[in-house]
Ligand binder design. Structure first.
Ligand code: ADP
Ligand code: MG
Length: 661
């Protein structure tokens, strides 16, 4: 229902809400508190160490304000609590003074020291609590006071009486959930902690059921979709594999076989190729691209960044050099003329393989007969991509490459609509990367080893600390690190720098200098974390490694050890972290991701930015995995029996997926 139905909502408020993606009353009610503050009157006892206490009190003296230094002030007054007079201090609340007349009833939260009779408050509420109070805390919406927000939510709750049925009746009954209205009421105006839990549980079930319905429906669509039965020249494909400089691993062979099978049959390929960094996914995709070409179709290869697109362009072109395929790259920074030329040749069918970033889907490009798309490192969710392709009137075979070593069980659920090929085995002769956690104070050891490797003709990657908000720019962290290395090596070792603010051609030059060995050390930020393939690099040094998740560190480490040279990874940290030891112990991405999962939950697994479809307000895939499985079952039933036809809410969602298909 439209927000305008809320009585007395102002134009300005409306605008701010719209800006915050709150368009309807339902959206507003879904703007849940992100936490609850629980206040409960406690006894006035010495708060040893770090325990804070909450006490009701009455002001008995006009507060005095002292300005200690810039941005630092204190407010002091005497108050009465439980019949006792205490001295209260609170910092940086000078602005509260006018609200604290004598006789004002307040609540103090902080620490009490009985010897000095001093209460140091870290928070002060302008009301007195008598019994337990649960206060919902919302994320701030700039321009709307939290009081206003609450009253809007109150009115929204009054306005809305019917709610869409997000859960099957049976699930609701089985878990004895609160009704939807009660659920929302408890979340926004909680009565007890138990009730909040019950309300949250309902929302978690709803989120996961909705998510799984989408996946199950997509799966059903995929299973029904007619692809093209392509004619594959088996002999030529075999010959191609035979002329490679290495022999394939069993897993690679199997993945290629599965992919080729998809091309052959009328079922459209929708396949996830899951394999650790360096496991050799590119050759699998390239072989299928070649087979697709032999069958008479064009291919596209989509990379997540321009640097990666260039990288793939280089390596795929090399792999395919003995074929007569026409291969081109298209990236945003090319001139208009170059782009037009490529567009023309693409439409004429003169280009057999186009490599670029995801953006090429959005460009005004038309393939003559696109038969196969490879997407590198797209975490989830195919819907947008499908939409774009459908609008272009094509739905080719699709393969997704992912090195995000999600634990297999989760992969099956999250990528539940796709077929999966798994590469577990590493190429023959590949050595484990020797990894060591090193305190920054002991950096010398690393610098010596680095020098040794450079003298042996090898190269080194250095990852600069990850930038936290309010810290310096990435340019600065990278330059500081370069100074450090220059100082250590008396400026005698050529060092390149890469950072986010650089222009594309600057980046190209730096990358190229490193590739050709002109520079020996490459210092960069994680912006360029993935993809560069320099098999001569044998050392990876990662600063502030404690700031990264294990899965990310493993990915970064995968930049070295790509050839047969023994490689090393140094995880530099300020404070030693137990979890980093996992990387010393193991080179197995799946094992590491299971560990990461137990340490940190799913947040990190899917990268910092989760794609829209994967973000839940309350559900957490790790914690709620059992619920996810339960909802997968329910969702399958729901989709199989077409129960969505009888549910307006889901009918709309399904229609939208249908429309985009
Ligand atoms: P990723 O799975 O990370 O995309 P790549 O496909 O880039 O891995 O392969 C990493 C490196 O291993 C490349 O240099 C590639 O040529 C090489 N490689 C791939 N398969 C094999 C193999 N079976 N034997 C030896 N080297 C291989
Ligand atoms: Mg790759």
């Amino acid at each position: 229902m439209d927000l305008q139905h809320i009585k007395g909502i102002g134009k300005k408020t409306l605008e701010i809400l719209y800006q915050n993606q709150i368009y309807s009353i339902e959206d507003l009610l879904q703007f849940y508190p992100y936490r609850y503050l629980v206040l409960q009157p406690e006894a006035l006892v010495d708060s040893e160490d770090k325990i804070t206490i909450t006490i009701p009190a009455t002001v008995i003296e006009i507060p005095k304000v002292s300005y200690i230094r810039k941005n630092f002030n204190s407010l002091r007054f005497r108050a009465e609590a439980y019949g006792k007079i205490i001295n209260v201090t609170i910092f940086n609340r000078a602005f509260l003074k006018p609200h604290l007349p004598i006789g004002k009833e307040i609540t103090l939260i902080g620490k009490y020291n009985s010897k000095t009779n001093m209460f140091t408050a870290n928070d002060l509420k302008l009301f007195k609590i008598n019994h337990i109070e649960i206060i919902p805390i919302y994320h701030l919406i700039k321009g709307i006071h939290s009081k206003t927000l609450q009253s809007l939510i109150t009115r929204a709750l009054e306005e809305l009486d019917t709610f869409p049925k997000l859960l099957p009746e049976s699930v609701e009954k089985k878990h004895a959930f609160l009704s939807k209205k009660e659920t929302l009421k408890e979340l926004h105006f909680p009565s007890t902690l138990e009730k909040i839990e019950l309300a949250r549980k309902r929302i978690i079930y709803e989120e996961l059921f909705l998510f799984m319905v989408k996946i199950e429906y997509l799966k059903q669509l995929n299973d029904q979709e007619q692809g093209i039965e392509k004619k594959i020249d088996v002999n030529k494909t075999k010959n191609f594999l035979q002329q490679l400089p290495f022999s394939l691993t069993k897993d690679q062979e199997k993945a290629i076989h599965e992919g080729l099978q998809d091309l052959l049959t009328s079922k459209r390929m929708n396949r996830l190729l899951l394999g650790d960094v360096g496991s050799g996914k590119t050759i699998v995709a390239t072989t299928i691209i070649y087979a697709n070409f032999l069958a008479g179709y064009q291919s596209a290869f989509l990379a997540p960044t321009e640097i990666l697109a260039m990288q793939h362009f280089d390596s795929i072109r090399t792999l395919l050099k003995n074929t007569n395929m026409q291969i081109e790259i298209l990236i945003g920074s090319m001139t208009k003329k170059e782009k037009t030329n490529i567009a023309k040749r693409l439409q004429n069918g003169e280009i057999d393989l186009l490599i670029g970033t995801h953006a090429i889907l959005n460009e005004n490009l038309f393939f003559q007969n696109l038969g196969f798309i490879v997407t590198d490192e797209q975490h989830r969710f195919g819907v947008n991509q499908r939409e774009i392709l459908k609008n272009k009137g094509i739905l080719p075979d699709m393969m997704f490459l992912s090195a995000t070593p999600i634990p297999r069980t989760y992969a099956l659920t999250i990528y539940g609509d796709m077929d999966t090929s798994l590469i577990k085995e590493k190429p023959l002769g590949r050595k484990d990367i020797i990894t060591k956690v090193v305190k920054e104070a002991n950096l010398k050891e690393v610098l010596l080893k680095t020098l040794e490797e450079i003298k042996a003709g090898h190269q080194v990657y250095v990852v600069a600390p990850m930038i936290l908000e309010q810290e310096m720019s990435d340019l600065k962290t990278v330059s500081l690190l370069k100074e450090k290395f220059d100082l250590a090596y008396h400026g005698k070792i050529p060092i390149g720098m890469l950072h986010g603010k650089m222009k594309k051609n600057e980046k190209d030059t730096v990358m190229n200098d490193f590739k050709t060995g002109k520079t020996k050390i490459l210092i960069s930020t994680t912006v360029i974390e993935v993809g560069v393939d320099v098999s001569n690099a044998t050392i990876m040094i990662i600063f502030n490694s404690e700031r990264f998740g294990l899965a990310t560190l493993h990915q970064l480490r995968g930049r070295v050890g790509r050839g047969n040279l023994q490689s090393y990874c140094y995880l530099i940290c300020n404070e030693e972290k137990e979890r980093l030891k996992v990387l010393e112990e193991s080179n197995d991405g799946f094992y590491i991701s299971e560990k990461d999962f137990t340490f940190r939950g799913e947040g990190d697994l899917f990268g910092v930015k989760q794609s829209g479809d994967m973000t839940f307000q309350m559900a957490n895939l790790k914690r709620d995995y059992d619920i996810l499985l339960e909802m997968k079952k329910e969702a399958k039933d729901f989709v199989d029996k077409k129960l969505y036809m009888k549910n307006d809410y889901y009918k709309k969602i399904i229609e939208k997926i249908d429309f985009t298909n």
